[in-house]
Design a protein around this ligand. Sequence first.
Ligand SMILES: Cc1cc2nc3c(=O)[nH]c(=O)nc-3n(C[C@H](O)[C@H](O)[C@H](O)COP(=O)(O)O)c2cc1C
Ligand SMILES: CCCCC(=O)C(=O)O
Length: 389
Amino acid sequence: MATPADAVREIYLAGIGGGTPALTTDLTALEEQARAVMTPAAVGYVLGDAGTGETGRLNRRAYARRHLVPRMLRGAAQRDLSVSLFGRTLSSPVLLAPIAAQTVAHPEGELATARAAAEAGVPLVLSTGSSHSLEDVAAVAGPRWFQLYWPSDRAVAASLVRRAEQSGYTAIVLTVDAPTFGYRPTDLDSGYLPFLHGHGIANFTSDPVFLAGLPDGGSVLQHWARVFANPALDWDDLPWLRTVTSLPILLKGVLHPADARRALDLEAVDGVIVSNHGGRQLDGTVAALDVLPAVRAAVGNDVPVLVDSGVRTGSDVLKALALGADAVLYGRPYLYGLALDGQAGVAHVLRCLLADLDLAMALAGCRSTADVTPDLLMPEAHPAPYDFG
Ligand SMILES: Cc1cc2nc3c(=O)[nH]c(=O)nc-3n(C[C@H](O)[C@H](O)[C@H](O)COP(=O)(O)O)c2cc1C
Ligand SMILES: CCCCC(=O)C(=O)O
């Protein structure tokens, strides 16, 4: 049976004939390659962090300062990478993070991403800010979740969720860390917001409720700007979302354990995604990985907890799982693959990540994701200095 690590063997075999991969297999080097092929505005949007970039750097440091203590002789010749979430089996603990406006990186945008994800069996979380309608993406996608930016008009929110449900998306990811755009100097310096250039608004321009609210002769972009976000959203709104869908709901962008607990106590959500949005929202924010154990402790072991922000390699996935995550969202690197070579580029990145993860499990002595336990990590010499009580 083919395993993700076979990709590595195939590369070496191709090398006998002089072949080498078209793109780097170094998942941390893709950024530099992609920078060279994207427009300056796209580089600013995709690579950019909020503020000084402190949180963006911290995300990587949080992984770098943790170290694995692998176990030997555990007979991990075959690895089972699968995990179970909301009653479904995922082929690996990896999903593609919602990334808006993907046509800034490649003209085929989310369609290319969805095809590559389907081929790899990796679930895609499609952004509300997709450049192709959620129906068009569903037509070429494999397993899929829908990420919701809750519009200022509840009727539009309900319409998006209903469409997602009808199009086979099996979970709703409500992102709560972006009531407004963060302060992003890379975008501000070039005066560039992709949405105002027509990227990432297809779910609105294809939405009957949104279009019905468009004033006669009014501008679509101005209407979008009014409707897209709801900065006034608060906890009292959450139960309403529960009334419009029977799908599992995950809250994305939670960092404080008390917020995770509160969401569950409201019985309004089924899971949480610990994330600082890749350092793009509030600069100076703690690394997502650093609060993951506290969030896990706050919600208990039965609630799905995912994490993102800074995941790059197979070892990173192991570290996240060892600290209590059920799965990770993989973000920018797949966008780099998209920019470099469209669908084939995303496929390459996923092949590399899954091969790296499969080998990491072999080398750490893990036959299955259930074997990725906290004792796989070196206890921290300097534990996190905060106690959330
Ligand atoms: C260009 C870009 C666009 C994004 N758009 C969205 C979005 O529409 N919705 C959302 O919830 N998160 C969005 N995110 C955040 C990602 O889902 C994820 O949290 C983040 O990329 C993780 O950081 P990393 O990619 O550095 O690992 C976006 C991130 C990037 C880089
Ligand atoms: C309000 C943010 C919209 C897109 C996004 O999530 C991002 O650029 O990070």
